[in-house]
Design a binder for this molecule. Structure first.
Ligand SMILES: Cc1ncc(COP(=O)(O)O)c(C=O)c1O
Length: 389
C-alpha cells in the first residue's frame, strides 16, 4: 500500500513519513471512509488521539461554539477556558499546576525544563530502554531507543537508560547528578509494555528516598485509554510531573504538563512559554472530552477492554506469544516468523486500521465508541488474516 505514486504526488513534502496511500474523505464514529466509498474500522485512532471517534457531536459542537467566539488570543491574557480545564485536571489528578502546549514532545520538553529548574544544578534524568518521549532534541534524548538518536548527536546531556520494570536498575543508575526518573506507565511505541503496580509504587519510594522527581509520560496511555483518566491511577501513586497530549482534545493539537506545587512554584513569568499553547479551540475540545470521560465512561472502557482482550486471547495461532495491555490499549505480540507489519497490511486490505509497536507487536487502539459488533469483527478478521501466515 506504500506506493511510488504517492512520492510523485507528495514530492514537495519532506520524506520523513512512510505513508499508506488511502485518501480518506470523512469519518463517523469508529469508522473512516475513503474517496472510493470504502469503509474502514478505525482501531488506530490517529495513534491514540481520536479516542471518541470521528465527528463526535458533543466535541464538534464545543469546537464550533468556540470558533464563533475567537480562535486565538495569546497567553498575554487570562483564559477562562485554560483555567477551567486546568481546574478539572488538578481536581482529577491531585496535581497543582498545569502548563498547556501543543503536543506531546513539547509537554515533555517542559517537564525537562521544570526538572532542571527544580534540580538547581542537578539535571540527570533516568529513563527506560525502549521508551518513547517525542522527537524534539530533549524528548529524543529522553527516549531510550538508539534508532531515534542516529544522525542527531550530540544528545542533551544527563540522560541514562535502564531496563523497564526493574527497580534495582533504577537504584543502580542514581548518582549525585540525578534529578528525576521518567517513565511511561505503559510503553506505547516500545511494544505495549505494562508497568507493574509494584514498579510504580517502588519508583515513588525510590524517588522520595533520593529526593528525585518522578515524571510519568501519559501522552499515549492517559486520557481514559486504560479505563482510568490516567494509567498511573491504577497503582494509586502520584507523580511530581505528569505529561499528557494525544487523546486530550480528540484530534486538536494540545499538550499539558502537570506538576506539584513544589515544582510549579519555581516556574515564574518568562521562564517558559509558547505562542499557540493552550489554544482556545483545542481547550474547548478538551473540556468536552473531560466531560465525556465521566465515571460511567471509564467503567465502560474497562469492561469493553476486558471483553475485547478476551476475544483476542481466544485466537489460537502458533505465532502469538502474548496478548497484553490495559483497557483499550492492547498489544498482540508475535514470534519472529510473523511480522506485525505484514499482519497490519493484511488487516488494511480487509479495511481495518491499527498500528505496530516495536518490531514484534500489533498495537490495537479502539475508539471508546466502539462496541461488541466492532470487537467481534476485528477478532474474526484477525483470525482469518493470521490463517494466511
Ligand atoms: C509516550 C509518548 N510520549 C511522547 C510522544 C510524543 O508526542 P507528539 O507526537 O505529540 O509530540 C508520544 C507520541 O507517540 C508518545 O507515545
Amino acid at each position: 500500500m506504500q506506493s511510488e505514486q504517492n512520492e510523485q504526488l507528495t514530492s514537495h513534502l519532506l520524506k520523513n513519513y512512510a505513508r499508506y496511500e488511502i485518501y480518506f474523505s470523512h469519518g463517523e464514529g469508529a469508522y473512516l471512509y475513503d474517496t472510493n466509498g470504502n469503509k474502514y474500522l478505525d482501531f488506530l485512532c490517529g495513534i491514540a488521539v481520536t479516542s471518541f471517534g470521528h465527528n463526535h457531536p458533543v466535541i464538534k459542537s464545543a469546537i464550533k461554539e468556540q470558533l464563533d467566539k475567537f480562535w486565538h488570543l495569546s497567553n498575554l491574557f487570562v483564559s477562562s477556558l485554560q483555567e477551567d480545564v486546568a481546574n478539572t485536571l488538578a481536581a482529577r489528578t491531585g496535581m497543582e499546576y498545569v502548563f498547556f502546549s501543543n503536543s506531546g514532545t513539547e509537554a515533555n520538553e517542559a517537564a525537562i525544563k521544570f526538572t532542571r529548574k527544580w534540580g538547581n544544578g542537578r539535571y540527570g534524568i533516568i529513563s527506560t530502554l525502549k521508551s518513547f518521549h517525542g522527537r524534539t532534541m530533549g524528548a529524543v534524548s529522553a527516549s531510550g531507543q538508539e534508532k531515534l538518536w542516529k544522525g542527531f548527536y550530540p544528545l542533551l546531556e544527563g540522560f541514562s537508560y535502564v531496563p523497564y520494570n526493574d527497580l534495582e536498575a533504577i537504584r543502580a543508575a542514581i548518582n549525585g547528578n540525578t534529578a528525576a526518573v521518567i517513565i511511561e506507565p505503559i510503553q506505547g511505541e516500545g511494544g505495549i509494555a505494562v508497568a507493574s503496580e509494584e514498579y510504580l509504587k517502588g519508583l515513588r519510594k525510590i524517588c522520595d528516598e533520593h529526593n528525585l522527581l518522578l515524571i510519568f509520560d501519559e501522552i499515549q496511555c492517559g486520557f481514559g485509554r486504560t479505563g482510568k483518566l490516567f494509567a498511573h491511577q491504577w497503582a494509586g501513586v502520584k507523580p511530581d510531573i505528569l505529561t499528557s497530549a494525544k487523546g486530550i482534545a480528540n484530534g486538536l493539537p494540545l499538550g499539558a504538563t502537570l506538576c506539584t506545587k513544589a515544582v510549579g512554584d519555581l516556574m515564574t513569568p518568562g521562564s517558559h512559554g509558547t505562542t499557540f499553547g493552550g489554544n482556545p479551540v483545542a481547550l474547548a475540545a478538551s473540556k468536552a472530552v473531560l466531560d465525556l470521560l465521566n465515571d460511567d465512561m471509564l467503567i465502560n472502557i474497562r469492561s469493553n477492554g476486558e471483553y475485547f482482550m478476551g476475544l483476542l486471547k481466544d485466537i489460537k495461532h502458533k505465532a502469538i506469544t502474548e496478548v497484553r495491555g490495559k483497557g483499550l490499549m492492547i498489544g498482540v505480540e508475535f514470534k519472529n516468523e510473523v511480522s506485525p507489519k505484514d499482519v497490519l497490511k493484511k488487516l488494511m486490505e480487509h479495511n481495518i486500521l491499527s498500528a505496530t509497536a516495536g518490531d514484534t507487536v500489533l498495537r490495537i487502539l479502539p475508539p471508546f465508541v466502539a462496541g461488541k459488533e466492532e470487537f467481534h469483527y476485528y477478532a474474526k478478521t484477525l483470525t482469518e488474516v493470521l490463517a494466511e501466515f
